[in-house]
Design a protein around this ligand. Structure first.
Ligand SMILES: *Cc1c(COP(=O)(O)O)cnc(C)c1O
Length: 469
């Protein structure tokens, strides 16, 4: 590690060359050889499951394959070696690229301006709610409610509440879509915005979206598009065409950047022209062929340090350029086809509550299996692990009993779709005891997920301290 200095007695190497006061007399490290440490971590890594190991049909999360060229491009030294404090004049290339990424995202969503700053979808939602607030304040309107359908992702009500809004939950119509009469009854002069995912988390496209926008706009409120399902429509239609005012993107879902172990992500926000002045600071402007970081007078201010998660944006940008408009549309069409194909294969063995044509994801219910054999959605999910398929999203959306939400994504081949269906059909028909006690082939079986989240033990030192308590 440190350059050794050869003593006068040239057969002995003793002096590290470090100043004495920097040398440590004791080092509290586990007493194991390096080879064992390497083997330990290599074996641990092979126990992990990711998109590179097998199918990952995790509904709503869009765990699609992330092309390696995007990784390679984003890790070029030209990108990783710049410092956020560098003067604008020295990072013109990066600013140009960010400017162009904003333009491309705006075109994909039918918006006019985009900020790349938010660090994830949820952060994008929160940023958008601050924009909604700034807009209404500007118009001297006091609106304190945000309406959200009961099929929405949990981050929607959380973001609205964090921005200080009262959340009004809208019950879905029997077909799983927005109930127009319920919406008409819910909107008022107190409504600041309607947060909608389209297609929604049941994979249902809102046929009445234009009417929905009219009702919401008619009450003076704004339409917010949760873009987590944008991969179901990109290249075919846009939230802009549906009269949404503000959208967020999940670069780590729609545009093939890895989710990472819960992060980092990137949740850019796009807006129609009249909301551009509220976008967070800084915004990138092009002035006489130069790119500058600007601050809008009416901006909601800073929402994150520096430029956002640029490295994630770069992966998405590389993907968008490589795919082009036609490629993005093709990805959408395949994602929708794959989802419907898988759903059709499963309809004899599982309940499908909202069974007709879906977009990129669909929801099955295990309630029949629970009634007849005592098998729950969680048991099926765990049994899938034995077959090297990542479980779907379970118990969400909550309006479906024993829900299992599948999103096979566009990169799933016909062979893989057939394999997933075979496994699921086998599970539905096998000895319930095997399913209820699954998984049988994983290093750990059923873990206490709540305890894992609430009582994290992240170091040996902390574990020892806990043991002593
Ligand atoms: C994933 C998701 C979000 C939140 O996005 P994050 O990037 O995970 O914060 C919001 N809405 C829906 C429908 C989602 O699937």
């Amino acid at each position: 590690m440190f350059m050794s200095i050869v003593n006068a007695d040239e057969t002995k190497i003793t002096d590290t060359g470090l100043p004495k006061e920097l040398e440590r007399s004791t080092l509290c490290l586990p007493d194991v050889p390096e080879s064992e440490v390497v083997r330990h971590y290599t074996n641990l890594a092979s126990k992990n499951f990711g998109v590179d190991n097998g199918p990952y049909p995790l509904g709503s999360c869009t765990m699609k394959y992330n092309p390696k060229y995007a990784d390679r491009i984003s890790s070029l030294e030209k990108f990783t070696d710049v410092h956020p404090y560098q003067d604008e004049s020295t990072v013109q290339g990066i600013l140009e690229l960010m400017y162009d990424a904003e333009r491309k995202l705006a075109a994909i969503a039918g918006m006019d301006s985009v900020t790349l700053q938010p660090a994830a979808g949820a952060h994008g939602e929160f940023t958008a709610m601050l924009i909604v607030r700034a807009y209404h304040n500007d118009n001297n309107e006091e609106r304190d409610e945000v309406i959200i359908p009961d099929s929405a992702h949990g981050t929607n009500p959380a973001s609205a509440a964090m921005a200080g809004y009262k959340v009004i939950e809208l019950p879905s119509a029997p077909d799983g879509s927005v109930d127009l009469n319920a919406l008409k009854a819910a909107v008022s002069s107190r409504t600041a915005a309607f947060m909608l995912t389209n297609p929604n988390t049941l994979g249902i496209f809102e046929k009445n979206i234009v009417k929905i926008s009219e009702i919401v706009h008619g009450a003076g409120a704004l339409m917010y598009y949760d873009g987590a399902n944008l991969n179901a429509i990109m290249g075919v239609t846009t939230p802009g065409d549906m009269n949404f005012d503000i959208v967020h993107f999940n670069v780590h879902k729609t545009f093939a950047a890895p989710h990472g172990g819960g992060g980092p992500g990137s949740g850019p926000v796009g807006v129609k022209k009249r909301f551009a002045k509220y976008l967070p600071s800084p915004t990138i402007k092009k002035v006489k062929e130069k790119y500058v970081l600007a601050h809008n007078e009416k901006s909601i201010g800073k929402i994150r340090s520096f430029y956002g998660n640029l490295n994630v944006v770069l992966r998405g940008y590389a993907y968008i350029l490589r795919m082009g408009s036609e490629g993005l549309k093709d990805a959408t069409v395949r994602a929708v086809l794959n989802s419907n194909y898988l759903k059709e294969l499963l309809k004899e063995d599982y309940d499908i509550p909202f069974g007709d044509l879906k977009k990129h994801e669909f929801v099955l219910s295990a309630s029949g299996l629970k009634r007849e054999k005592g098998i729950k959605a969680m048991d099926i999910a765990k049994r899938m692990i034995d077959h090297h398929i990542h479980p779907p999203t379970v118990y969400f959306p909550m309006l479906v009993d024993e829900s299992m939400m599948f999103e096979p994504t566009e990169d799933c081949s016909l062979k893989e779709l057939d394999m997933i269906a075979d496994v699921l059909i086998k599970i539905a028909n096998e000895d319930p005891d095997i399913v209820i006690n699954a998984p049988h082939r994983s290093p750990v079986s059923r873990v206490d997920e709540t305890k894992a989240a609430k009582d994290m033990i992240l170091s040996v030192r902390y574990m020892k301290k806990k043991e002593q308590q």
